[in-house]
Design a protein around this ligand. Structure first.
Ligand code: SF4
Length: 338
């Protein structure tokens, strides 16, 4: 039986963190067994907000190495760098001409990012959901793993594919969401989503001493001022991490002992570290190995781009043909007319 095709992309932010892993990347790894997966480091998306061109190559490389380090490889999926397959941007232009301006202006991320950087509201920031839609449908992907903050983008993609199909004839499948089961991971400040730019993250490849320092200084239940005060695990980020890393029995113990001040926060954090460090260690080892073998990283992504380009070209040619564009359509017209 032919496997369904899945596409997903991630912005290059350097090495990824636990929030990236549990929010998206773990699902990517899980899906390779039952789907034909295409995964991309979407570098064109990274230029909608300010960036340093001198730092960009290393940032992109570290993101590429991160994907290999968590277990993705040319043997189980296709890995590619978005800008290596120019059909992504070619199709994005077509979709920009279909996408209603009002709908693009209502996209939550556009509103958030333009509020965060009012001095940098560029056209790309407004139209990047069309590029996201293109990333998916240029491979005519049938399914897309999404976190709760990306549901709106997938909805837009589905709207655009339906619109295209209605106007120019059935061509694109309707991509289905595969929802991530893990809730959004909060950062170590306990206030915002885990994010590298906010500096509240735990890298997937954190060195043991840095990991220990970050966890031991993380914010807990701020109402718990003294060891003898009972705590509330429901508002503690360390408890949220226990829910991911620790056994059900340990989670239950922490839940009970925290509420009765039977356990202190330092001991609770040390208990968590005994699970996080062995979880991270194999990722860190592989990531370190890949840092010393850059050719392996580049070859994996070149191989992926080589596989992806013909699929994307075929799609864009099909789009142009249906829209009556390009020299092929024009020459066909001449043949008919003569
Ligand atoms: Fe959080 Fe653990 Fe401290 Fe309770 S004991 S507040 S769960 S760190």
């Amino acid at each position: 039986m032919t496997k369904k095709r899945v596409f997903s992309g991630i912005r290059p932010t350097g090495e990824f963190h636990l929030g990236n892993y549990f929010g998206a990347l773990r699902t990517w790894v899980d899906l390779v067994e039952n789907y034909e997966c295409i995964y991309s480091v979407v570098d064109y998306h990274a230029i909608t907000t300010p960036f340093d061109p001198k730092e960009m190559p290393l940032t992109i490389f570290n993101s590429m190495a991160s994907l290999l380090a968590i277990g993705l490889s040319p043997e189980n999926c296709s890995l590619m760098l978005q800008s290596d397959v120019p059909e992504h941007t070619e199709l994005a232009w077509v979709l920009s001409c279909i996408a209603p301006l009002g709908q693009m202006e209502r996209m939550t991320q556009f509103k958030e990012k333009s509020q965060q950087s009012p001095e940098n509201i560029n056209l790309g920031l407004l139209s990047y959901p069309a590029l996201m839609a293109s990333d998916i449908i240029v491979y005519r992907a049938q399914a897309v793993p999404v976190g709760d903050d990306q549901v709106q983008h997938l909805e837009l993609t589905r709207d655009l594919t339906r619109k295209f199909n209605n106007q120019y004839g059935e061509f694109f499948p309707d991509p289905e969401p595969i929802l991530s089961k893990t809730p959004r991971l909060m950062g170590l400040d306990g206030k915002s989503k885990m994010s590298k730019s906010l500096g509240n993250h735990i890298s997937l490849f954190e060195q043991p001493d840095v990991l220990q320092k970050k966890v031991l200084t993380a914010v807990t239940d701020e109402n718990r001022k003294r060891r003898s005060d009972p705590g509330n695990p429901d508002i503690c980020n360390i408890f949220a991490l226990h829910n991911i890393f620790s056994s059900a029995e340990e989670v239950e113990t922490v839940n009970r002992e925290c509420r009765t001040a039977g356990i202190g926060c330092v001991d609770c954090k040390k208990m968590l570290l005994t699970h996080v460090e062995p979880f991270i260690a194999p990722f860190r080892d592989r990531y370190t190995e890949l840092q010393n073998k850059p050719a392996e990283v580049h070859e994996a992504f070149q191989e992926g781009a080589k596989r992806c380009r013909p699929i994307a070209r075929e799609t864009v040619d099909g789009v142009k043909q249906r829209m009556g564009l390009g020299s092929h359509a024009v020459s066909q017209q001449s043949v008919t007319a003569s």
